[in-house]
Design a protein around this ligand. Structure first.
Ligand code: SF4
Length: 362
């Protein structure tokens, strides 16, 4: 079986090829082209025929099939959602999110087909986990949309279908590829891992040694009972354990811990909620280093209730501010596409895709 080059760092590719240091330059060109052009064509490389045969026999490049793309115009530009087919017939979705600067967009990537975290507000969580994606399949989302759809991408956020820290080995592999200077060459600051709150996963991410990789967490409840009702992960790992894992994550000088809070009227907007959020932030991040992305709930196919009104959102925002919390109100992007937070993953574009509650503002 061929190894997908999209799941390999350049070094791993060269080692696996085993062609010796004399072929390094040619392999480097092949490697770069794989990500920049979505092509792997050893026959066009300046290497001997025997080496071409080794590469053709051992490696392939697995782009995903673009099944459907839907777009929606918004204040900041076009939000686009792509439904992509995997080799085994399953599908994943990724979303291109315009940014305020109107520069290259953010790409929200899926890490699993489905998700076993079962968050109550999330379309992906409704169906459970079908399977993990391989590192190459995570990277292939990026290569497919950039080379086949022409999407201009400047940031990546692991916040599509699935919980990235629940598929840690593949996430780590994909991060290594995305950061490879010979390949996609992203800077650590351009990547954000968003978790529903798996403390062990946060510790493992920290142990990878990246000092400037962004981290974002979905809070969604100001106390353990409320959070546990909305996010079952909160029943296994309470807020104190989660805050301790976050506090130990590298917080570089300009680091901001993005804390996503999906506002669901009547469920997590009680009088005591702002104080609970403030207490969590104080335990999770150094003073001034946490920002709450306040996200109005997007009702999916099994709504927990109506979306909050503008005045409910503003009221909660003001109460958070009064509690000393830095807040950014996230305008829903892609709601009409079901590409907004919590709406990814039911398969079929125009129906909910999935996305955890809160793409950070990058
Ligand atoms: S919000 Fe994220 S972690 Fe929760 S079920 Fe949905 S995809 Fe999984």
């Amino acid at each position: 079986m061929k190894t997908d080059i999209l799941g390999l760092s350049r070094r791993a590719f060269e080692e696996a090829a085993g062609l010796g240091p004399g072929r390094s330059k040619a392999l480097g060109i092949l490697y770069k082209d794989a990500f920049a052009k979505g092509r792997f064509e050893p026959s066009g490389a300046a290497i001997a025929r025997e080496a071409v045969a080794v590469l053709e026999a051992g490696f392939g490049l697995g782009l995903l099939e673009v099944l459907e793309v839907v777009e929606e115009e918004g204040e900041l530009g076009t939000t686009s959602k792509a439904l992509l087919g995997l080799a085994d017939g399953l599908t994943v979705e990724c979303v291109r999110i315009p940014v305020a600067s109107r520069g290259p967009a953010t790409l929200c990537l899926s890490s699993q087909v489905g998700c076993r975290m079962a968050c109550a507000f999330c379309e992906t969580g409704l169906g459970g986990l079908t399977r993990n994606l391989a590192a190459a399949e995570i990277v292939a989302q990026y290569v497919t949309v950039t080379t086949r759809l022409g999407w201009d991408i400047g940031n990546l956020v692991f916040m599509g279908m699935g919980e990235p820290l629940d598929n840690f080995e593949a996430l780590a592999g994909a991060l290594g590829v995305f950061l490879d200077a010979s390949g996609p060459a992203f800077a650590q600051e351009e990547l954000t891992v968003c978790t529903a709150g798996l403390p062990e996963g946060i510790r493992r991410l920290r142990a990878l040694g990246y000092k400037r990789l962004n981290l974002s967490v979905s809070l969604n409840g100001p106390d353990n009972p409320t959070r546990g009702r909305l996010m079952p992960v909160g029943r296994s790992h309470d807020l104190a354990e989660l805050a301790a894992a976050l506090a130990a994550y590298p917080q570089r000088r300009n680091f901001t811990l993005a804390v996503n809070y999906c506002l669901i009227p009547g469920l997590n907007d009680g009088l005591e909620a702002p104080a609970g959020v403030a207490a969590f932030l104080a335990a999770a991040a150094e003073p001034g280093r946490a920002l709450v992305n306040l996200i109005p709930y997007n009702p999916g196919s099994h709504p927990l209730g109506p979306a909050p009104t503008e005045s409910q959102v503003e009221d909660f925002r003001l109460r958070l501010v009064a509690a000393g919390v830095q807040v950014k109100l996230r305008a829903p992007r892609g709601r009409g596409l079901m590409a907004a937070c919590g709406q990814l993953g039911k398969g079929g574009v125009g129906k909910p895709l999935s996305c955890p509650p809160g793409q950070p503002d990058l």
